[in-house]
Design a protein around this ligand. Structure first.
Ligand SMILES: Nc1ncnc2c1ncn2[C@@H]1O[C@H](COP(=O)(O)OP(=O)(O)OP(=O)(O)O)[C@@H](O)[C@H]1O
Ligand code: SF4
Ligand SMILES: [Mg+2]
Length: 369
């Protein structure tokens, strides 16, 4: 997956540069499958008698996803990863912002219907996301039923069997019920259902977190194999930085509804710039005892603030070891400090090298070119 992207990413860097200079949607290059601009998702929270407050789960997020890539989305629990994925897919109605898919802004029923056919989601929990009373065949065919994408029963059945083969299931399992399967097998059913309408873009929301470690690798490899075969583009949401390091071409780090750092995977591990990303990476257990001895954990002070009462200025300032008075004044904008490396921080780290950490975790010594 990563090798395939080597040629795409250098082009994509140019593309993103062009895009940020160019506000005209119709002139956007086609390599960018999805463009998200100033996206906000605020939940209205009742705070007492006829009073409410906005919970800013996603707050002014702008980024692109390039065709055929996997964008990893990481951050602590509650930072807004799921909400961002669901808002992009319009499972939540965005509070404001623009989403452009294949050069077309999603606006109005027709573009939304088209986008819904071309995009899908794989959920975290394979136990609650599949109806235990439905057969595997009916679960997988559900999106096809909704969009009436087959001519007759035979065509529906043939497509279900094709999808089951794709995800490594045997045809005789089609008549069985979801509750008869293990977690890993259920997740395969979820993937087959997500692929039923030939999507181009899939949001995978913690798709392996509920699975045994031994099964996780199999399912991750299945995602990679299907991407290669079908040219899929993924947003891969996870808590697990080792998983994301394995699967993602680029990584976006979220904190309190904001993207605070975004870069190619090796670049993010080797030249981490945001203090929050540094603390996340420093928490990864290092298997090599020699490197572990020199590996310093950076633990942010205190708890994550509630998104209902986010701090002024930089959202990380209440826990950041580098915070200054400037950080409390205004929100640091997400800036491209190196080609393809975006950071939202007034005092980004520029000297720390994470090469030793990357090597200890089995990564490459040098960023891919
Ligand atoms: N439907 C909702 N109504 C109100 N608040 C919500 C809703 N969904 C999420 N939130 C809040 O929005 C914030 C972001 O939640 P979200 O589920 O997107 O985080 P996350 O990064 O996916 O967390 P996790 O890693 O635990 O899955 C949290 O404060 C959460 O409580
Ligand atoms: S802007 Fe300031 S508070 Fe925020 S991460 Fe950077 S140094 Fe820390
Ligand atoms: Mg989540």
């Amino acid at each position: 997956m990563k090798q395939k992207l080597n040629s795409i990413t250098s082009k994509a860097k140019l593309v993103s540069q062009v895009m940020y200079d160019n506000p005209h949607i119709e002139e956007r290059p086609t390599d960018v499958i999805l463009h998200v601009e100033h996206l906000k998702m605020y939940f209205k929270i009742n705070t007492g008698w006829f009073r409410s407050k906005p919970l800013k789960a996603v707050d002014d997020v702008t980024f692109d996803i390039h065709r055929g890539e996997t964008l990893g989305l990481v951050g602590e629990s509650g930072c807004g990863k799921t909400t961002l994925g669901r808002t992009i897919l319009h499972l939540y109605k965005p509070t404001s912002g623009t989403i452009v898919f294949n050069g077309e802004e999603i606006l109005g029923k027709e573009s939304l219907r088209h986008f819904r056919q071309r995009s899908q989601i794989v959920f975290q929990d394979p136990y609650s996301s599949l109806d235990p009373r439905m057969t595997v065949e009916d679960i997988i065919a559900e999106p096809m039923d909704i969009h009436k994408s087959y001519k007759n029963k035979e065509e529906r059945h043939a497509r279900v069997l094709e999808l089951m083969r794709m995800v490594g299931m045997s045809p005789e399992q089609a008549t069985r019920y979801a509750h008869e399967f293990s977690g890993g097998q259920r997740q395969r059913i979820g993937i087959a259902r997500a692929l039923a309408l030939n999507p181009e873009f899939v949001v995978c929301d913690e798709p392996v977190s509920a699975l045994d470690v031994s099964i996780q690798a199999q399912v991750i490899n299945k995602f990679a194999e299907l991407q290669e075969k079908l040219g899929l583009t993924y947003i891969f949401v996870t808590h697990n930085l080792l998983v994301v390091k394995h699967i993602a071409d680029r990584i976006a780090v979220m904190y309190l509804g904001h993207i605070v750092e975004l870069a190619e995977t090796e670049e993010l591990f080797e030249h981490t710039m945001h203090p929050y990303t540094l603390s996340l990476l420093s928490a990864i257990p290092v298997p090599d005892p020699d490197i572990a001895k020199t590996h310093k954990r950076i633990i942010p002070e205190g708890d994550i603030p509630s998104p209902l009462n986010a701090p002024s200025g930089c959202p990380f300032r209440t826990r950041c070891p580098k915070a200054t008075a400037e950080c409390a004044k205004t929100l640091p904008p997400l800036k491209e400090l190196k080609p393809g490396h975006f950071v939202a921080c007034y005092h980004p780290e520029t000297n720390k090298s994470g090469i030793a950490l990357l090597t200890a975790l089995g990564g490459k010594k040098h960023a891919k070119k």
